[in-house]
Design a protein around this ligand. Structure first.
Ligand code: FEC
Length: 307
């Protein structure tokens, strides 16, 4: 039997319990411990959504779903491993397990649909570094996969199902993705263009015209430097108070799972801002471990192996 190909599914990771938060946050901050106000703020956000964040369960379900789909279509050809950036099981742990299983060909697949040097390339760099300890391993990085039809239709199908609402003149769809420090984009990073590409593709597939949607940015970090804007909370408030909108449909197309940024930043912060401005929020479901997301990942893997 030929050797299977490893699929290294790489995700952000999330603290499993309150005592994990400091270490996790320190890892995100490149080894710099958070100050007490920053810690209090983050602990408060996690407590508000309830620990652990659903992200932990969903990442594992995505791994299991992808493994099952690949087993069905290509029995014995792929073995899927989960490796996280900021908490266990780390990307390095997954690479060590791949090596222990005697597999030498690794497809690196970040669970972030759009490429950015901050997220995607950092996943790949961590994987490449871990692989250096295992001579003879071949690494096949997946750059980005936002333009897969299954993913586009996952989002557009939900908008089509809400056509009665989207067609109303007082409804606006806000597509959003995680903001990034402006310096990353000014350095030539394609992230912003890929997010714009996905929002336009979803809008087109849903039959929306340009007046029916806007793109905004969410969840900017707590740092001094400027981040990509406009922020989706301000955009939503302005749409209601200045443009007469009554319903905001939020589609966080930059993410693929219910996580802190969805359960807190959208479901609590954005919802509260919209409500206090006198409007109503409708939030589209996230891909999570849906058949559409699993089919997308499966196709990405098969294409990566064929390249
Ligand atoms: O626990 C959970 O459910 C949430 C996990 C989580 C995901 C996530 C995704 C992305 N982030 C991206 C960029 C940045 C930049 C900074 C930053 C900071 C944080 C903090 C937490 C956090 N992120 Fe995150 N992000 C998640 C969680 N993120 C917690 C620290 C507190 C805060 O600032 O809110 C700023 C730090 C730095 O300068 O390095 C930048 C991007 C994504 C989407 C792509 C991906 O998933 O890799 C981009 C999920």
């Amino acid at each position: 039997m030929t050797e299977p190909t490893a699929v290294l599914l790489m995700a952000y990771g999330t603290p499993y319990q309150e005592s994990d938060i400091r270490g996790y946050y320190t890892n995100i901050r490149h080894g710099q411990e958070p100050t007490k106000p920053l810690m209090d703020q983050l602990v408060g956000r996690y407590k508000a959504i309830g620990l652990p964040s659903p992200l932990a369960r969903i990442t594992t379900a995505q791994r299991d779903g992808l493994q099952a789909a690949l087993d069905k279509a290509h029995p014995g050809a792929y073995k899927v491993y989960e490796g996280l950036k900021y908490i266990t099981p780390f990307i390095k742990d997954a690479v060590d397990r791949i090596a222990a299983d005697g597999i030498t060909r690794v497809i690196g697949l970040p669970l972030a649909p759009q490429y950015s040097s901050y997220s995607s390339e950092d996943y790949h760099n961590r994987a490449r570094k871990a692989i250096e300890a295992h001579p003879g391993m071949e690494y096949l990085p997946v750059r980005s996969w936002w333009n897969h039809q299954e993913l586009i239709h996952f989002w557009s199908d939900q908008l089509v199902a809400k056509k009665d609402l989207t067609d109303r003149p007082d409804t606006k769809v806000i597509f959003s993705a995680h903001s990034l420090p402006l310096r990353i984009i000014q350095g030539g990073d394609p992230y912003k263009d890929e997010v714009i590409g996905l929002s336009n593709a979803v809008a087109r597939a849903a039959g929306l015209n340009e007046d029916q949607y806007v793109l905004a940015w969410q969840s900017a970090g707590r740092t001094e430097e400027p981040w990509i804007g406009p922020d989706f909370v301000k955009v939503a408030k302005d749409l209601i108070t200045e443009s007469g909108m009554k319903t905001i449909i939020s589609a966080s197309i930059g993410f693929i799972a219910d996580n802190l940024e969805i359960c807190y930043d959208v479901d609590m912060e954005l919802a509260k801002a919209i409500e206090s401005a006198g409007g109503t929020l409708t939030r589209l479901n996230m891909p999570n471990d849906s058949p559409a997301l699993i089919a997308t990942l499966q196709q990405v893997v098969v294409e990566a192996k064929a390249e």
